[in-house]
Design a protein around this ligand. Structure first.
Ligand SMILES: NC(=O)c1ccc[n+]([C@@H]2O[C@H](COP(=O)([O-])OP(=O)(O)OC[C@H]3O[C@@H](n4cnc5c(N)ncnc54)[C@H](O)[C@@H]3O)[C@@H](O)[C@H]2O)c1
Length: 349
């Protein structure tokens, strides 16, 4: 029996009947379509310092997409990106990492993480950074909005809640596409200390931290559980209070150890958890800083609340019940953020 190889029939494609030609064209189109669909996502990280470079590392190692690392400092993003690329054969990630000083390279990014700014020094409060970082975040956002008008912004620069406001005002992006990272980190710190006290896996501890990023954050004990069991059933009040206190000062504890610079491994991992939730449309419920429009009784303020994160960015604000004490703490936190927002609004005019 004579077998005709498949390739043989493709060779005669030009002379094939219309119906066969159409099938072949459809196949070609579907390959192109698939290629288009499989196009890698593009993640820009502005600021190639400790948080930015570490975020690039997590993003690459999770192969979330191609990464562009941008900084004003010449050579730093290029050097770090090249170094990260050379780790790819060892770690086995197939993504491109480009270091640059030019915003043209960030064009059409899907997500832009803004970490540009100055970190806190010992004895310096986050608010001390206000003016300097407002100007940095303003200039960065102008460029990002110009080159990636459809991107979703994940803001990391401090003072966080005020910088989310700056990015939103300057970009004029809808609230769904301007989201701040603080609650994921603060909750991660809370979960770390709870797991340590309980001597259980961090994976089995769930906890929420609401409010502004800073001394006014509100760790919500009522929604904190060990495998669904309320932590108040498994830890005494004195231990819980000490953990809440340590969480509130979690950033300062690290600043005091490092002397120069602030925490970056957990902050970068937290920002990339948000980027992953967006790029993979995971519909994760994570505490993030977003603009409230009536939720929790506040309007126009940028503050940390539990949200659903997916392909559209902020997909839903979840309103959880707070007890009277938590409501008061949340109101204090909102008040502190509103004060900062008023101050920064003078710098961005
Ligand atoms: N939201 C949070 O929970 C959280 C956690 C940790 C750090 N932070 C904040 O993140 C920011 C970065 O921290 P870090 O430790 O990486 O600091 P870093 O000093 O190591 O890096 C900051 C980088 O930003 C760059 N930069 C400054 N101006 C720029 C501009 N106009 N355009 C582009 N790049 C610019 C600097 O050259 C530097 O490389 C700080 O504001 C810090 O307070 C926030």
């Amino acid at each position: 029996m004579l077998f005709v190889p498949v390739r043989h029939s493709l060779k005669n494609e030009g002379g094939s009947k219309p119906i066969e030609r159409e099938r072949s064209l459809n196949e070609k189109n579907s390959v192109l379509e698939r290629k288009k669909m499989n196009k890698r996502k593009k993640i820009t990280i502005v600021g190639a310092g400790n948080v930015g470079a570490t975020a690039a590392h997590w993003a690459a190692s999770k192969a979330l997409g191609d990464v562009v690392l941008l900084d004003v400092s010449e050579g730093i993003p290029q050097g770090k990106a090249l170094d990260l690329m050379q780790a790819a054969p060892v770690e086995g990630y197939d993504v491109n990492i480009k270091g640059t000083n030019a915003y043209e390279d960030t064009k059409d990014s899907d997500v832009v993480v803004i970490t540009a700014g100055s970190p806190r020094k010992p004895g310096m409060s986050r608010d001390d950074l206000l003016e300097i970082n407002t100007k940095i975040v303003k200039s960065v956002t102008e460029q990002v909005a110009k080159y990636s008008p459809n991107s979703i912004l994940v803001i990391v620069s401090n003072p966080l809640d005020a910088m989310v406001y700056v990015a939103a005002e300057v970009s004029k992006f809808p609230k769904e596409r301007v989201i701040g990272m603080a609650g994921v980190l603060d909750s991660a710190r809370f979960r770390t200390f709870l797991a340590e006290a309980l001597n259980v896996s961090v994976r089995d501890v769930n906890a929420f931290v609401l409010g502004g990023h800073g001394d006014t954050m509100v760790p919500v004990v009522g929604y904190s559980t060990m495998a669904g069991i309320p932590i108040s059933d498994v830890l005494d009040q004195k231990t819980i209070d000490a953990i809440v206190d340590r969480t509130r000062n979690g950033g300062a504890e690290i600043v005091n150890f490092l002397k120069t610079g602030s925490a970056y491994y957990a902050p970068a991992a937290s920002a990339i958890e948000m980027v992953q939730a967006i790029l993979k449309d995971e519909k994760r419920i994570l505490p993030c800083c977003v603009k409230l429009e009536g939720e929790y009784g506040y309007n126009g303020v940028y503050v940390g609340v539990p949200v659903k994160l997916g392909a559209k960015g902020l997909e839903k604000v979840l309103e959880i019940k707070l007890n009277d004490k938590e409501k008061t703490m949340f109101a204090n936190s909102v008040g502190a953020v509103q004060e900062l927002m008023e101050k920064v609004s003078t710098f961005i005019k």
